[in-house]
Design a binder for this molecule. Structure first.
Ligand code: VG1
Ligand code: CO
Length: 556
């Protein structure tokens, strides 16, 4: 192909956060904004990327289809041999991870701002996943950022627009584009992980019902082929199942606030036995029973506790488990009882991936509705849904139709009776002024530095206070300043950190956890159980004084 060299200039602020680069769509649509970042990515990969094949796709949001054409020109310009693009530019994040691994690709680009709203006035984003399907490690994202600050030219191949609406091959000289079905490889992998026959038998029972809310995001493209066609769920089980460029005006974030339709349904008269939702790019999940919420920190623990029995992929046991630091210790309790290693990493899926590559961890999770396993190197919403359905199917396989089944709530209550319950909640304060948020964190740093074991915060006695820092046990890399935490002698914790996925302003996250092994408390509402310690957290941080906020935007 003919490659044209175009002059460009560095643009400020192209630093990736927790998961890729996210900005307002209009920013990305500005002159060379996207091209500069993608060129910097290819520059940082250098000769290594020449002659390789990569994947490309996204969550269906506004501007993705246009962005594909720019990225293809730059890929060809960088000497990439072939790009596999999802039809209609669709590819869920875990599906991209599966594609990279399954087809041994060099890497893949995912166009998504995940759970952030989409549209011309909302957010856009892009992330790069590397060879084993994992989100680019900081070594790569730092290098990309370095290049964005000194970029001077774009190398764009002169190729025509590729029709993304049809599956098929396109050759432009020595550069190839193949438009592929975004579901096929991923579904094939899920069929290796789960017992689809057991799932189908269970899902088609006349006394079982399920609803899945795709929130008009990418899993709309997956729920039909997987849940309906393969597993026999009725079409009506899939809600908001058509991916839309603006997610129907909604916030494609599967939590109790933004997935309000589903929540209403599950707390209403026609609730299904099982309810679930996924986010913009299909890596998050929310699991509900009838009027019952499984907090993600519990979800990963409950899946880990049941995986060996219910999921063929884990039939010879788990290699280990891992959670992000703010995620509750429910998983640690399972690990301890079952004799498994449990790792604690910073927030962000990339920190799990070395552990998985080194066969040290099979299942991992984050409190932020991310759950997954080492079949891919991303959190995986549909995997979590099928994991829960597998547990239900397994537990109900000998219960005749019409008799009382084991419910989501039963599984949770039994789990807590056995391992104790880690009450957990997260308060998000979105759209806070950056300066105010930073001052609050500075204040907390001081409080932390001045505290010592035995100090009293309210009724709680401090065991340690620190700023979380992580040394990767596999490659020794260090990530510091990953959240301020106050741990009390009874095991309760309060944690503060700032979000790294916003597109403007700051989001303060406050995480609260408290353990109870007294079964008589286990039915309590988390907000009630945590009321006292939440007050301590708000007092110690002086959050309302710094941010002017009396209430969080989102509580999960
Ligand atoms: C948030 C979550 C984190 C998650 C990340 C990406 O990051 O807290 O656990 O890995 O989003 O998820 P932050 O820095 O905003 O707290 V996704 O589904 O938005 O790619
Ligand atoms: Co996501």
């Amino acid at each position: 192909v003919q490659v044209k060299t175009l002059p460009t200039k560095p643009i400020d602020g192209q630093k990736t956060g927790t998961s890729g680069l996210r900005k307002k769509t209009s920013v990305f649509m500005g002159e060379n904004y996207l091209a500069n970042w993608v060129q910097s990515l290819f520059d940082s990969l250098g000769d290594e990327v020449k002659g390789t094949s990569i994947g490309l796709g996204g969550d269906g949001r506004y501007f993705n289809k246009e962005a594909v054409q720019t990225i293809l020109k730059l890929a060809a310009g960088a000497g990439v041999k072939k790009v596999y693009v999802g039809k209609d530019a669709i590819m869920a994040t875990p599906a991209m991870s599966a594609l990279i691994r399954g087809r041994k690709l060099y890497g893949g680009l995912i166009m998504s701002a995940s759970h952030n709203p989409g549209g011309p006035k909302e957010d856009w984003g892009i992330k790069f996943n590397y060879k084993s399907g994992e989100p680019a490690p900081e070594k790569i994202t730092d290098a990309i950022f370095g290049y964005t600050t000194k970029i001077s030219e774009l190398k764009m191949a002169e190729i025509p627009e590729t029709d993304l609406s049809k599956i098929g091959n396109h050759s432009y000289g020595d550069f190839e584009v193949e438009v592929i079905d975004p579901v096929e490889d991923y579904l094939a992998l899920l069929q290796e992980v789960f017992d689809f026959e057991m799932l189908r038998n269970f899902i088609t029972r006349p006394d079982f019902s399920l609803v899945f809310d795709a929130l008009h995001a990418v899993t709309g493209a997956y729920a039909g082929p997987i849940l309906v066609e393969k597993l026999g769920a009725p079409q009506s089980a899939v809600r908001n199942g058509v991916p839309l460029e603006d997610f129907g005006g909604g916030h494609p974030d599967p939590n109790l606030t933004y997935a309000h339709d589903l929540v209403e349904h599950q707390w209403g008269d026609h609730a299904a036995d099982f309810g679930a939702a996924s986010d913009g790019d299909g890596d998050r999940n929310m699991v509900l029973g009838r009027a019952f919420f499984i907090t993600p920190s519990d979800s990963v623990a409950m899946i880990a506790a049941n995986a060996q029995e219910a999921i063929p992929y884990f039939k010879s046991g788990l290699k280990g488990v891992a959670r992000s630091m703010p995620t509750s210790g429910a998983l640690d309790r399972v690990a301890e009882k079952e004799g498994l290693k449990c790792f604690e990493v910073p927030t962000g899926w990339k920190f799990f991936c070395n552990l998985m590559d080194a066969d040290m961890c099979s299942i991992c999770g984050e409190e932020s509705f991310g759950t997954g396993a080492d079949h891919v190197r991303e959190k995986d919403g549909m995997w979590a849904v099928l994991a829960w359905l597998s547990i239900l199917a397994y537990r109900n396989k000998d219960i005749p139709v019409g008799e009382k089944k084991v419910s989501v709530e039963d599984i949770a209550m039994e789990h807590w009776a056995k391992y104790g319950r880690n009450f957990f909640s997260r308060y998000d304060y979105e759209g806070v002024e950056s300066e105010a948020a930073n001052s609050m964190i500075e204040h907390l740093r001081k409080v932390q530095a001045d505290s010592k074991p035995g100090d009293k915060l309210g009724d709680y006695e401090l065991e340690t206070a620190d700023e979380f820092s992580f040394t990767d046990p596999v490659d020794g890399s260090v990530a510091s300043k990953q959240g301020l935490r106050f741990v009390f002698t009874d095991g309760s914790r309060i944690i503060f950190r700032l979000s790294g996925t916003g597109s403007s302003g700051a989001t303060v996250r406050l995480y609260i956890e408290q353990f109870s092994d007294d079964t008589s408390t286990h039915k309590q509402d988390a907000q009630e159980a945590l009321a006292k310690i939440i007050k301590v957290a708000l007092d110690v941080s002086q959050l309302s004084k710094f941010t002017g906020r009396e209430k969080p935007t989102v509580i999960t």
